[in-house]
Design a binder for this molecule. Structure first.
Ligand SMILES: [Zn+2]
Length: 413
């Protein structure tokens, strides 16, 4: 509460947008005495960042800004985030804590196969791993053959990547003639920047012989390192000394009681350069407040189920791509890559392209018609719309080194 009150006052005094909004809502920083009072403060949304591009939400003069990151805007201007020296330090400390919670220590050698640059992934992981005392190998993305060679030669013990790139590295390793369990020393994977299912996790863990942790964050909230799974992998601990979390009803904006499923809203409690009050993430999840087996009391996000803006409405039915992934990754014979294509002629149509894994594809028993039928049956259990399934040859769908493009919605074009 002390930090929160201070932050509301700081934002009101230094950012015209917050002063105007709070004045309009009839809230003054002095009326915030408890968390209930705080719910009167208006939300901040992603469009606010775009509308105030590039420096509109800055609470400090530009001379005090040490670094700027930006998220790739698919349309129009990117979302820009600024950091003071103290902000970078805070973020770095949170990343070091994130790794420590995952069981990483100073004797680990971390290969960081994430994009370095405007994307917060590479540099965020990098600084945190160095602070923790790890040996850092900043391979960034790309040149997968060299990644594999270095992983083996340097004896890397931690792999940091997006989950889809981790799956790709595992696949490439086998193609290049490595035995990941014998040739690599990976013991922990730190994966984030895109949603992935528990089933995808099990596959990556089995393929690379490591324990895979989900790292949650977004550039608006410093970057990665907002929350992470501890060694018990039972929800992601939110670093609640820096981030106040609320769960709201997406439609009404009302704060929901503990344990409800809803949209995650974060307030940054100490950020200097660009304060964010009640920032709506569009991520849907449940937050658990009980003590974890690891002994931490930090509230836990019970795995992000999907983003409310990733949800597809197909023929009037809500479809989360993560549900489709869960079904696919559970099935033997399905490869690691798939693509959902949504199109419309008179009615909406869902077309699912699924790679068959190498083993099934080359097996004499492989019967595409029967396999398609089986897949169709599994999918109708979660969806009430008809799906056209197309089985693909192993390796035929495009691979990515960053976030995978799983959904192609042709209705938007
Ligand atoms: Zn824990």
């Amino acid at each position: 509460m002390e930090r929160l009150k201070k932050m509301v006052r700081y934002s009101y005094d230094n950012v015209p947008m917050y002063r105007k909004r709070m004045d309009e809502a009839g809230v003054s920083p002095d009326c915030i005495r408890n968390l209930e009072d705080y719910t009167k403060v208006p939300f901040t949304v992603k469009d606010d960042l775009r509308d105030h591009y590039p420096y509109g939400i800055l609470a400090v003069p530009i001379e005090q800004v040490t670094r700027i990151h930006a998220s790739s805007g698919t349309t129009g201007k990117p979302t820009v985030v600024s950091y003071t020296r103290t902000d970078i330090h805070t973020w770095t400390r949170l990343m070091a804590r994130t790794f420590a919670a995952g069981g990483i220590n100073s004797s680990d050698i971390m290969q960081i196969a994430l994009g370095y640059g405007l994307f917060t992934g590479g540099l965020g992981f990098h600084y945190g791993a160095e602070l923790l005392g790890c040996t850092v190998l900043p391979t960034a993305t790309g040149n997968t053959k060299r990644q594999l060679m270095m992983a083996k030669d340097m004896g890397c013990t931690v792999l940091s990547a997006t989950p889809s790139y981790a799956a790709f590295i595992a696949e490439a390793a086998v193609k290049e003639g490595y035995d990941p369990h014998k040739d690599f020393k990976f013991r922990i994977g730190m994966f984030g920047a895109e949603p992935w299912s528990d089933e995808a996790r099990l596959r990556i863990e089995a393929a690379l012989g490591l324990r895979a942790h989900d790292v949650y964050g977004m550039s608006e909230l410093y970057g990665p390192g907002v929350a992470v799974e501890c060694v018990h992998q039972d929800g992601l601990h939110i670093w609640s000394d820096e981030f106040l979390v609320e769960v709201i009803d997406t439609d009404t904006g009302e704060v929901l009681p503990e344990g409800s499923h809803g949209e995650l809203v974060f307030t940054m409690l100490t950020r200097e350069a660009m304060p964010l009050l009640r920032y709506r993430t569009r991520d849907l999840a449940t937050v658990k407040y009980e003590e974890c087996q690891c002994g931490r009391y930090h509230p836990r996000i019970m795995r992000v189920k999907g983003r409310s803006d990733d949800m597809l409405i197909i023929g009037g039915v809500n479809v989360f791509p993560s549900q489709v992934e869960t079904v696919l990754m559970k099935m033997e014979g399905v490869g690691d890559q798939y693509q959902i294509v949504v199109d419309r002629d008179i009615l909406d149509k869902l077309h699912l392209k699924v790679e068959v894994d190498e083993r099934l594809y080359n097996s004499p028993d492989y019967d595409p018609a029967a396999f398609t039928k089986l897949l169709g049956e599994e999918l109708t259990a979660i969806m009430t719309i008809r799906v056209r399934i197309e089985l693909m040859e192993p390796g035929s769908l495009p691979r990515t080194e960053g976030k995978a493009k799983r959904v192609i919605d042709l209705r938007k074009e």
